[in-house]
Design a binder for this molecule. Structure first.
Ligand code: GBH
Length: 492
């Protein structure tokens, strides 16, 4: 993305109706893993494994104890001045077996109370139905590889709409299905810990896309009088061609985007089907591997018609970028990454962070927003996550890198709105508070608020970045005052 102003911070305001929020997810904050009738999720199973799979054998059993701390959580949101809070529902907390046979009322009471407290403080909920914590009972029947999960998810979604929907204006079906499918079913990095790099991710994605479409249509058929917007949150790094003058690299960057964002977005935001380049690549590789059919499943015409257009906005999580070189994969084993014929890396000169994968590239976010606008016909976009980690021993002074990161990234969002006319409608900082960072446990702190994990009470304390974000929200944009605590430059 060729941006002549990419080294410059600009001043300016966001549109008056721009939504500012902060985000969390159930397993990462709630704790209460076996309380009041909650069922087991695949992350309970995964974190309790022996030998341990998580940094220092940590888990989310207590996490930030948000299950018991509604008023603390709402108080820090209120202090931030956000108008929205994005949180997720723990499916096994409300349906311990995953299905409608047992409804755990205590689970709904928790979310009911949370929403009541939010609204009483002038904060609207944005609710994610699936942020990775599948009921274990559903994994036992194959998880997302089992086609039945589309209907079972739809039942769960329907129940959540019915119980909570009169007070929710934004629903998100799935958070980052790419991560679920590839890290969970492809390479055994995340729960459920399946290693099947050439097959299971495609099968899981197929079910998830159908599940999303069902839940979307259920909302529109049964609950549209409540008028919420409903969609999906997708994640991708921004793929940058290694050499923008080399046609193979430009094509490779596009293939990477189609295999990550497009894997889900093409069907939902375009025509009900996978990107042509995915069908071509996976089909050809499958044939070369002597398989009788493509490893990429197909949708029926009826399914395509049902899936396309099942969105009211584009939910985007993005943190970093990646450089792509077009290069034929020489491996012969079925593999989703090999299927792409893309060699990827993050250049050594990019700034680093506590999370090895997260190299701050602010201008990449503007490039990505433009890519989405062009690719999917200018949808409304909500950035549902963006942020940076600091080390386990970091405390309240997080101006470098967190303020520097937010300033540079959010400034790129402003440029995308002001200069490129991208329809960005809201921005959610990840995260409201330090929490359980999946396999990294509590060693990577993403919070605007510090959580003391040594203290049983899990007290929350505002970091410097929380104050900075609050001032940004108050002004609804950048005045020169937002630049005053400039430290090292991420913008290079
Ligand atoms: C988001 O994923 C999640 O939605 C959120 O829950 C999470 O806390 C947040 O980001 C910060 O990570 O362990 O080296 O194999 C962002 C995409 C995908 C980035 C998994 C980290 C693991 C890399 N994440 N990836 S590694």
């Amino acid at each position: 993305f060729n941006d002549p102003e990419r080294d410059t911070l600009i001043t300016g305001k966001f549109p008056a109706d721009f939504i500012w929020g902060s985000a969390t997810s159930a397993y990462q904050i709630e704790g209460g893993w076996d309380e009041d009738g909650k069922g087991m999720s695949i992350w309970d199973t995964f974190t309790h494994q022996d030998p341990p799979r998580i940094y220092n054998a940590q888990n989310g059993d207590l996490a930030c104890d948000s299950y018991h701390k509604i008023s603390d959580d709402v108080a820090i949101l209120k202090n931030l001045g956000v108008s929205y809070y994005r949180f997720s529902i723990s499916w096994p907390r409300v349906l311990p077996n995953g299905t409608l046979d047992v409804i755990n009322e205590a689970g709904f009471t928790y979310y009911d109370n949370l929403i009541t407290e939010l609204l009483a403080n002038g904060i609207e909920p944005m609710v994610t139905l699936y942020h990775w914590d599948l009921p274990q009972t559903l994994q036992d029947i194959g998880g997302w590889e089992n086609d039945d999960l589309a209907d079972i998810f739809n039942d769960y979604a329907d129940l959540c709409f019915q119980r909570l929907g009169s007070r929710v204006k934004y629903w998100i079906t799935f958070n980052e299905p790419y991560v679920v499918c590839w890290l969970g079913y492809g390479i055994n990095v995340f729960a459920p810990g399946i290693y099947s790099p050439g097959y299971a991710p495609y099968r899981a994605a197929h079910t998830i896309i159908k599940a999303h479409a069902k839940a979307y249509n259920t909302y529109k058929e049964k609950y549209s009088s409540w008028g919420a917007k409903i969609s999906i949150t997708l994640s991708t790094d921004f793929g940058i061609p290694e050499n923008p003058d080399r046609e193979e690299d430009v094509a490779a960057a596009d293939r990477y985007m189609q295999f990550t964002a497009g894997w889900f977005a093409h069907a939902i935001f375009k025509n009900g089907d996978y990107p042509d380049v995915m069908k071509w690549q996976v089909g050809n590789k499958s044939e070369a591997q002597g398989l009788s059919e493509s490893r990429l499943p197909t949708f029926t015409e009826e399914e395509k018609a049902y899936i396309r257009g099942t969105y009211d906005f584009f939910g985007l999580n993005s943190y970093t970028s990646t450089v792509c070189r077009g290069e034929e994969n020489q491996g012969t084993d079925p593999n989703y990454e090999g299927d792409q014929d893309v060699t990827r890396y993050q250049p050594g000169e990019w700034p680093t962070s506590t999370s090895g994968w997260l190299k701050p590239v602010p201008w990449g976010l503007r490039g990505l927003l433009n890519w989405i606008k062009d690719e999917y016909n200018d949808p409304d976009i909500f950035i549902t996550e963006n942020g940076i980690s600091t080390a386990e021993d970091s405390q309240l002074d997080d101006s470098d890198p967190r303020i520097t990161f937010y300033r540079a990234y959010i400034n790129e969002v402003l440029k995308a709105i002001m200069y490129d006319d991208v329809s960005v409608k809201g921005y959610f900082a990840w995260s409201l508070m330090d929490n359980f960072e999946w396999t990294s446990g509590y060693s990577q702190r993403f919070g605007l608020h510090y959580v003391d994990f040594e203290d049983d009470d899990r007290p929350r304390t505002a970091k410097e970045s929380a104050q900075w974000f609050k001032e940004l929200i108050e002004y609804n944009g950048f005045s020169s005052a937002n630049f005053s605590s400039q430290s090292i430059s991420l913008i290079s």
